[in-house]
Write a protein that binds this ligand. Structure first.
Ligand code: ATP
Ligand code: MG
Length: 281
């Protein structure tokens, strides 16, 4: 039994957060498993006040018997990131960019005074799932990300060095054209793992090329990535980290960052200490 539960009912996944013995406790299910959350609250936390955020907040609220409070999504996300950072061992500057790669991608500036949504893109986790299916027929997120980690982008993506004769004005290893190596694609066997690696490459590069100019406008080099698209997705992280050196940015992936919205909803109108969360958990 707990007094408060925070829930982020997103476009694809439902995430929950509550405090148990001074620690955040998390739960995640897909949207189609929404009844698991309904039953869990009924059986384990029937008296809890439930604070819900996310695109599907009204869908979930209608199914619950608990007292419910609706929480705006962007406020919940950025408040949650701050708390997740505070309770982890991450040290961040006062001013940083938050990139939430969920079904879609949303970009926010966070500083001591507050937070602001700067923009977003439809390039994100939903696009990964949709294009992975169209290109390979696969639908399992773990399978897709694990296969992609073994893939080779050479011969599908066209690199700068593949088109430049002689010295190039930018690094030869940079992508000149995602999925653009038609000469090779037409004539070689293309494996699913290679296509998936290119897909993740394209998505991460596109997100980065949008996030970096936003970081520059708010004069920070720190970009905090959250959202479930990074979970068990080593290639995604590797691609993003590759850009750190090139563009002088620092990419951070707070542990449990995908629960930021749920934590932010939990903390809405409640002082952090009031819930009894201890530092370092
Ligand atoms: P949004 O914030 O855009 O409304 P959301 O909150 O549901 O969506 P997240 O939970 O942050 O988004 O991320 C969803 C993405 O995470 C999916 O699009 C997919 O790429 C990835 N993902 C991770 N685990 C799973 C899973 N078990 N099933 C489906 N997608 C998953
Ligand atoms: Mg979300």
């Amino acid at each position: 039994m707990t007094d408060f539960v925070g829930i982020d009912a997103g476009g694809t996944l439902i995430k929950t957060a509550h405090v148990e013995q001074g620690k955040y406790t998390f739960k995640m299910v897909t949207l189609s498993e929404i009844n698991e959350i309904v039953n869990w609250l009924k059986e384990q936390h029937p008296k809890a006040k439930v604070r819900i955020t996310g695109a599907k907040q009204s869908v979930l609220a209608k199914l619950l018997e608990n007292e419910v409070q609706m929480v705006p999504e962007f406020e919940a996300t950025t408040r949650g990131v701050q708390s997740i950072v505070e309770t982890s061992n991450l040290t961040l500057p006062d001013n940083y960019l938050v990139v939430n790669v969920g079904t879609g991608t949303s970009i926010h500036s966070v500083n001591r005074k507050g937070a602001e949504r700067l923009g977003g893109t439809g390039v994100g986790g939903g696009m990964l799932m949709g294009l992975a299916y169209l290109l390979t027929g696969r639908t399992d997120f773990q399978e897709i990300t694990q296969l992609a980690a073994k893939g080779d982008r050479n011969g599908i993506d066209l690199k700068v060095k593949d088109i430049y004769e002689g010295a190039s004005p930018i690094g030869g290893e940079l992508t000149a054209s995602n999925f653009g190596f038609m000469e090779r694609i037409k004539h070689q066997e293309v494996k699913d793992e290679d296509v998936l690696a290119c897909l993740i490459g394209m998505i991460s590069e596109s997100i980065l090329m949008m996030a970096i100019p936003f970081a520059k406008t708010i004069s920070t080099s720190t970009i905090v990535f959250i959202g479930s698209t990074f979970q068990s997705n080593p290639l995604f992280r590797k691609q993003l980290e590759h850009f750190e050196e090139l563009f002088h940015i620092k990419a951070c992936f707070p542990q449990q960052g995908q629960f930021s919205g749920a934590v932010g909803a939990l903390l809405y109108h409640a002082p952090f200490e009031g819930l009894g969360v201890k530092q370092g958990h």
